[in-house]
Design a protein around this ligand. Structure first.
Ligand code: DGL
Length: 272
């Protein structure tokens, strides 16, 4: 009894290459406001999207170790690139629930029985891993899948150029081949992209369904915690602790932009 209560009140551990994963945290805070959250952003080694699979796996292992060392009850890999390359390895190496962003996104994309032509935008690393393409094809035969690497979108979001004409031009260039293929669903397979939703809606033809990593992951996490009887039932609102491996003024400002609530004090993390 006592053990279960202690585990359930422990924080959920999130990690990402930077602060993009805070879009997932924001969605989880909305859906599960009583959960305590510990967030690690590996800003010193950002971006993961252009790194080799070996490096991404090593970084993910170190990130997860940091969170486990702080007593988290589950790990959320709030990064598409790290989920794509490291999820099976993390599940094997750590004896606690490890939740990624891909499974939930794929389920949500295919929750519409009419989804047949799926576009994906993501970092180069995520596209090259074929993790989304495989997961989609496994769940539904006959799907037409087009994955488009979109490496310039992360810097656009980080520079807050979302409404800049250059952002529109770059987005149009990435979206054009997908629109030409007549996609009915667009998966935003990177944790930075939820911030682009308003401009994406403006640029895409009506009727294309957007599926983002943040809300779908939050819903999946809630179902998993319910299933495992691991929800925190404390009365008060959960806390949020943010640790970044490189702490600069830019990252602090950016972190606050990604969250709806105050981020409190941001601390510097040292990984073992
Ligand atoms: N957070 C990463 C993702 O979701 C994008 C940033 C990066 O390349 O590290 O794929």
């Amino acid at each position: 009894m006592g053990k279960i209560r202690r585990v359930n009140s422990a924080p959920l551990g999130f990690f990402d290459s930077g602060v993009g994963g805070l879009t997932v945290v924001r969605a989880v805070q909305d859906l599960l406001p009583r959960e305590n959250i510990l967030y690690l952003g590996d800003t010193a080694r950002l971006p993961y999207g252009s790194k080799s699979p070996e490096s991404i796996r090593r970084f993910a292992q170190e990130d997860a170790k940091f969170l486990v060392g702080r007593g988290v009850k589950a790990i959320v890999v709030a990064c598409n690139t790290a989920t794509a390359h490291a999820l099976p390895m993390l599940r094997e190496n750590f004896d606690l629930p490890v939740i990624g962003v891909i499974e939930a996104g794929v389920e949500s994309a295919l929750s519409d029985p009419a989804a047949g032509r799926v576009g994906i935008i993501a970092t180069r690393g995520t596209v090259r891993s074929h993790a989304y393409q495989h997961a989609l094809a496994l769940k539904r035969t006959g799907l037409i899948i087009h994955a488009q690497p979109a490496p310039l979108l992360v810097p656009i979001v980080e520079e807050d150029w979302i409404d800049h004409p250059a952002a529109e031009l770059i987005l149009k260039t990435y979206l054009e081949p997908l629109i030409e293929k007549d996609i009915d669903t667009l998966m935003l397979a990177c944790t930075h992209y939820p911030l682009l939703v308003p401009v994406l809606r403006r640029l895409l033809p009506d009727g294309i369904r957007l599926v983002d990593s943040a809300t779908t992951c939050a819903e999946h996490l809630k179902q998993e915690l319910l299933r495992l009887d691991m929800l925190n039932d404390q009365e008060r609102e959960g806390t949020l602790e943010i640790h970044l491996t490189d702490l600069s003024e830019e990252f602090e400002t950016l972190a606050r932009r990604f969250l709806s609530k105050s981020s409190g004090r941001i601390q510097r993390a040292v990984l073992a």
